[in-house]
Design a protein around this ligand. Structure first.
Ligand code: SAM
Ligand code: SF4
Ligand code: FES
Length: 354
């Protein structure tokens, strides 16, 4: 069996391709083979993406959501959660304060909140680009083709829409008011509109199997994402999944490592969720294939209210503190904070970009 694992890792390192059963085999590796997998992913990361770690400043600008995803604390049915919305001036000010901290990208994230018109989001994206020179990632969930087009034309560079799980049955069970078909359609639409597309999944969802996880990786590979966010599922007491078990750190790291072997040029974040269930989670991810961190730059008074899952890290820390903390983590690993905007290294996204 040892040989079989080694052969699969070698093949994936050289060809960046795996069959579904091979992915499932790698997802069950342990001990010395697991170390080999992480080392291979780390090598591929260094070869294709270098030693720089890209920082994306996350602005959680609204916790209103009209959806009811079974796992998420922002779901509409969580009535006791106080809700907030930031206005344009606040968002621009938060992003402006991130520039002197060295941020080159901000991620605007919210629940699915139709109170922000497409035009308003377009104005905000445009101001962040034109006035502050930032690369802009949007993560607002599913919207219409017209909205996505308007934002792209206004200058949004990237869109983050996790597919959550590519197990169609499980997707249906977790999303009472959404369909896998529409999720997939939205992601392909974003691709057609020329966004750098980010997607990703949770690891350890109730009912998820190694076969489901292999499907997640094959879906990300098929979509040829520029970014893949892979984090553990963390049960939230205010959701129907309150009593479910959380995802495992090790399985999440395996998913990140295999993602790196399959998609050498993708940006892979060491997720906040991983850092929230293991104090060294982000460090572990950064040496198992990851090359991005998304520190929270939302003002403290709102952080607690963006309660996707409990015990999220950094709730009492401010953006300057988090920036220092992350800088320390990155240099302790012998890596550097990236100087540039951190666009996808794929040719179509780097031509003409400074
Ligand atoms: N509403 C947008 C969307 O769904 O794409 C963006 C915001 S949503 C809160 C961002 C991500 O949080 C989701 O893509 C999901 O993967 C993650 N998330 C939600 N609940 C979670 C949980 N209990 N554990 C881990 N991640 C969770
Ligand atoms: Fe809303 Fe996104 Fe949470 Fe689903 S995951 S309930 S769409 S914020
Ligand atoms: Fe916020 Fe470490 S990143 S305190």
């Amino acid at each position: 069996m040892q040989k079989e694992y080694n052969e699969i890792i070698e093949q994936a390192t050289a060809e960046h391709k795996l069959e579904k059963d091979e992915i499932e085999t790698l997802l069950s590796c342990e001990g010395s083979t697991l170390k080999l997998l992480f080392a291979a992913a780390d090598r591929v990361r260094r070869t294709f993406m270098g030693d720089e770690v890209h920082l994306r400043g996350l602005i959680e600008f609204s916790n209103y959501c009209q959806r009811n995803c079974a796992y998420c604390g922002l779901r509409e049915s969580h009535k006791s959660l106080p809700r907030y919305r930031l206005d344009t001036a606040e968002i621009v000010a938060i992003a402006g304060a991130a520039v002197p901290l060295g941020y080159k990208t901000v991620v605007l994230q919210s629940g699915e909140d139709s109170a922000y018109s497409a035009e308003l989001i377009a104005v905000i994206a445009c101001r962040l680009k034109e006035e502050l020179g930032l690369a802009v990632t949007l993560s607002l969930g599913e919207r219409s083709e017209e909205d996505y087009r308007l934002w792209r034309n206004a200058g949004a560079d990237r869109y983050l829409l996790k597919h959550e799980t590519a197990d169609v049955e499980l997707y249906g069970a977790l999303h009472p008011d959404m369909t896998w078909e529409n999720r997939k359609k939205s992601l392909y639409l974003l691709r057609e509109l020329g966004y750098q597309v980010g997607s990703g999944c949770m690891v350890g969802l109730p009912g998820q199997t190694l076969s489901s996880l292999a499907k997640d990786l094959l879906f990300l590979k098929e979509l040829d994402v520029e970014m893949a966010g892979i984090g553990p599922f963390i049960p939230n007491p205010n959701t129907p999944l309150a009593k479910a078990e959380r995802g495992s750190v090790e399985l999440t790291l395996k998913m990140i490592a295999i993602a790196r072997l399959l998609m050498p040029q993708a940006h892979l974040p060491a997720t906040t969720a991983l850092g929230s269930i293991d104090s060294k989670g982000r460090q572990k991810a950064l040496v198992a294939g990851a090359n991005v961190v998304m520190p929270n730059i939302t003002p403290n008074k709102y952080r607690r209210l963006y309660e996707i899952y409990p015990n999220k890290i950094c709730l009492d820390d401010n953006p300057a503190h988090c920036r220092n903390c992350i800088g320390g983590i990155i240099s302790s690993l012998g890596r550097t904070v990236a100087e540039g905007a951190g666009h996808s290294p794929k040719e179509q996204f780097t031509l003409g970009l400074g």
